[in-house]
Design a binder for this molecule. Structure first.
Ligand code: SF4
Length: 371
């Protein structure tokens, strides 16, 4: 008898789970029961689902599974940052990173969406590695489950162990659209992780058509990796800009905000590279560019890695850039590094897996230094 591939229920959105139960002749309330068991109580087997009939549990056992990606390693930094290397289904070296950064009563999880990336941003080693594969919804939401379970058994009534999620790890999330949307729906759904839509953020390098599509499907917060105030420079740093130049990107951002049900802002990510995009004129140009967009700006001093070809700006240059923007009326934060002792800090390689993520340059956040 040939093996039948079991359906992994971990990655099914609530809607798809209902469809699944109906397709096997079950009532849709079963989907609600099962989704709560998986995502709120952390069940890994159907046996644990005590309010589901024995007959149905046996049936599910035959045709389904609840399978999170494999954790290759977990490290906890002295500052509380947790980092996991996670092996996906693609094979032994198909690994991504997930990092949890606690900050007071918040804990932000940085989640990967692809193994590698095809967009080849000049300052990003994930881009240099090329594109390997898209993560499945189970591999994306599985990163959230792994982080929460690392604190012990899940407790739906306990304090939140992950309060914020940023789709800002390895890969361009909008190039893996459907799985990312399904996973984000689970992050926010009341029967799953129940995170606020303001606390789930998708970060994109500017896949413009997908920004229009995204706001029709979900209302997560949006961050844009801009990194340059004009097309000439952005074409060099973020090559997708040649296809979707800044003016089109800004228009898409305005559309996104205008179509959200509530008032929000876009987060502009700007990695500062010494002598490349960090001079005073460029700060003024950036201030001018963003003047009609509701936004906050995050400056990320570049953290060099071998052969990157870029350098971190001095603190003075960073402060000057920040001040120009702050004087122009923007809320500007500068990110600083965490998790150095577990190689989760900016610009640090991931052991032998070579799967540096852009998080290395742009996310690991100790604290935000407000201007
Ligand atoms: S910065 Fe983001 S979009 Fe660009 S290559 Fe790296 S992972 Fe891909």
């Amino acid at each position: 008898m040939t093996d039948i591939k079991k359906v992994n229920l971990l990655g099914l959105s609530p809607e798809k789970l209902i469809e699944f139960f109906e397709s096997i002749g079950e009532k849709k309330f079963r989907a609600t029961q099962v989704i709560k068991w998986i995502h709120q109580k952390g069940a890994e087997s159907f046996d644990e689902m005590t309010d589901v009939s024995k007959a149905l549990r046996a049936k599910l056992e035959q045709i389904c599974e609840i399978r999170a990606p494999e954790v290759v390693s977990q490290n906890i930094s002295a500052d509380g940052t947790r980092k996991w290397i996670i092996r996906t289904e693609g094979g032994k070296n198909d690994c991504v990173e997930t990092v949890l950064i606690p900050d007071g009563d918040r804990a932000t999880l940085c989640v990967s969406s692809q193994v590698g990336c095809s967009l080849d941003c000049s300052f990003c080693s994930t881009g240099k590695q090329g594109f390997n594969r898209n993560l499945t919804p189970a591999e994306i939401i599985g990163q959230v489950a792994i982080a929460i379970k690392s604190f012990g058994p899940m407790d739906p009534n306990g304090p939140r162990r992950v309060t914020n999620v940023v789709m800002m790890g390895m890969g361009e999330p909008l190039m893996n659209f459907e799985p990312v949307v399904d996973a984000m729906i689970l992050m926010m759904h009341d029967h799953a992780y129940g995170l606020s839509k303001r606390r789930v953020t998708l970060s994109t390098s500017g896949v413009v058509p997908k920004i229009y599509e995204l706001v029709k499907r979900t209302d997560v917060s949006l961050a844009v990796s801009l990194h340059a105030p004009n097309d000439a420079l952005r074409n060099e740093l973020v090559p997708i800009n040649k296809k979707y130049p800044i003016a089109e990107l800004m228009e898409a951002c305005q559309f996104y905000l205008a179509n959200l049900p509530d008032k929000r802002h876009i987060t502009i990510e700007y990695t500062l590279m010494s002598g490349v995009n960090d001079n005073e004129e460029q700060a003024h140009e950036l201030a001018e560019l963003l003047k009609t967009l509701e936004c906050k700006i995050n400056l990320i001093p570049f953290n060099p890695f071998p052969h990157s070809g870029y350098e971190k700006p001095s603190n003075n240059r960073t402060r000057r850039f920040q001040k120009i923007l702050a004087d122009a009326g923007y809320t500007v934060t500068v990110r600083t590094t965490r998790g150095d002792d577990i190689d989760a800090a900016c610009g640090q390689l991931v052991g032998d897996f070579q799967d540096r993520t852009r998080r290395s340059q742009k996310y690991i956040e100790l604290r935000e230094v407000k201007s």
